[in-house]
Design a protein around this ligand. Structure first.
Ligand code: APR
Ligand code: PHB
Length: 389
């Protein structure tokens, strides 16, 4: 069997790339280890940069996003008992769209089905062969059969635990990593959001975030110990702790209810370089991870997809390889800026185990500077709504 591009991984990166390539007349097969329902069962962040929304438009998958997504012109930052507002729209001319990543993925799967594009689910033992030659191919097992697809290019969109990154030899690959000494305990509840904008809170008891999916579905997080387990946290304990970390006025207004999902995510910053090896290109979580503070994961994946998609179109339509040759360099330049923002924003809001009195004063001064200085707010807003591609 043959395809122009084999995409390993049917998460948002692989699906968005697949749909854009399909619209450009480039045939791509998506290989996904799990089932569609499994992929759609994962709860992830829900803030979309305009760049991603534009790519979804280009991919022809934007109808429901425009109908059901919420335009957020700004965000709230809470410090101690007070809140201040950062006005993205006024500072940058651009809002963000609140729309669950699960919904983005669902829309892309639906579009794939309508387009009749090929997706192979429940594939196992995917192996990338000869990526450093002009004739790469991919083998995998599916329902007991061993299969092979010859191709021109391979897009490694298989997330942090996938095979693609591991295929790049260790003497070529360099990895940079930072782990954080805490996690986020997240709860999804069928209650109206406490505020019409997101609230990022720095409190003496640790970080909290009030987010949402729609008018009847809220997503809340609190910083927790890495050793905690979701079952250790009753719903009551979660709501009590959340209320202690947000301004009193918000705590009074907060509507609580049963958690319909409760999970703990560790925080990690990670980048691998280069993002290309021969005819293998890494996209999204396969190449980099950010802590969720600022919701850059999906958005950074989208900017990789943007560069790779344009590079491949240029290659197939004009026979010009400059776009794919410069893929890693261009993608990494933007990736590192998103890494910096997510790391900085995490540092601004969390309590760290060994934070000294001086460190705490620096955090407070950083927050006060953000509250009082328009240039700093503009820099924040530019990063939050997404740096240009
Ligand atoms: N073979 C085939 N598929 C694989 C393999 C493999 N060996 N390993 C992983 N996968 C699949 C996973 O099952 C998953 O569906 O690859 C997909 C990768 O999806 P994500 O982990 O979501 O990564 P990505 O598409 O880059 O998404 C980037 O979205 O999911 C979030 O946290 C992620 O915010 C980040 C953004
Ligand atoms: C979410 O809604 O899940 C969310 C929003 C913003 C973040 C992280 C997560 O920074």
């Amino acid at each position: 069997m043959r395809a122009q591009v084999v995409i390993i991984g049917g998460g948002p990166s692989g699906l968005l790339l697949g749909q854009l390539l399909h619209r450009a007349g480039i045939e791509a097969v998506v290989l996904e280890r799990k089932t569609r329902d499994y992929v759609l069962g994962r709860v992830r962040a829900g803030v979309l940069e305009t760049g991603l929304v534009r790519l979804m438009e280009e991919a022809g998958v934007v109808g429901r996003l425009h109908r059901e997504g919420f335009v957020h012109d700004g965000t709230q930052i809470a410090v101690g008992g007070e809140m201040f507002h950062i006005d993205f729209k006024a500072l940058t001319g651009t809002p963000v769209i609140v729309y669950g990543q699960t919904e983005v993925t669902r829309d892309l799967y639906d579009a794939r089905a309508v387009a009749g594009a090929r997706t192979e689910f429940e594939v196992e033992h995917v192996v990338i062969h000869d990526a450093d030659t002009d004739r790469p191919y991919v083998t995998y097992d599916q329902h007991g059969d061993r299969k092979r697809i010859d191709c021109d290019f391979i897009a490694g969109c298989d997330g942090f635990h996938g095979v693609s990154r591991q295929t790049i030899p260790l003497n070529v690959r360099r990895e940079y990593e930072k782990t954080y000494p805490f996690g986020w305990l997240g709860v999804l509840s069928e209650t109206p959001p406490v505020h019409d904008e997101l609230i990022y809170a720095n409190s003496d008891r640790g970080f909290a975030l009030c987010s949402m999916r729609n008018a009847h579905l809220s997503r809340y997080y609190i910083q927790c110990a890495l050793s905690d387990h979701p079952e250790d946290w009753t719903d009551k304990a979660f709501w009590t702790e959340l209320k202690r970390r947000i301004p009193a006025e918000m705590a009074e207004r907060l509507e609580t209810g049963p958690a319909i999902e409760k999970s703990i995510a560790p925080l990690r910053s990670f980048v691998t370089e280069p993002m290309r090896w021969g005819r293998l290109f890494l996209c999204g979580d396969a190449a980099h991870i950010v802590p969720p503070t600022g919701a850059k994961g999906l958005n950074t994946a989208a900017s990789d997809v943007n560069y790779l998609y344009r590079g491949l179109v240029r290659y197939y339509q004009d026979g010009d390889s400059e776009g794919i040759d410069r893929y890693s360099e261009k993608a990494l330049l933007r990736v590192w800026k998103a890494e910096r923002f997510s790391w900085w924003f995490s540092g601004l809001l969390h309590r760290y185990p060994h934070q000294s009195a001086f460190d705490l004063k620096m955090q407070q001064a950083d927050l006060a500077f953000l509250r009082d200085n328009e240039s700093q707010q503009r820099a924040f807003a530019e990063n939050y709504v997404g740096l240009p591609y």
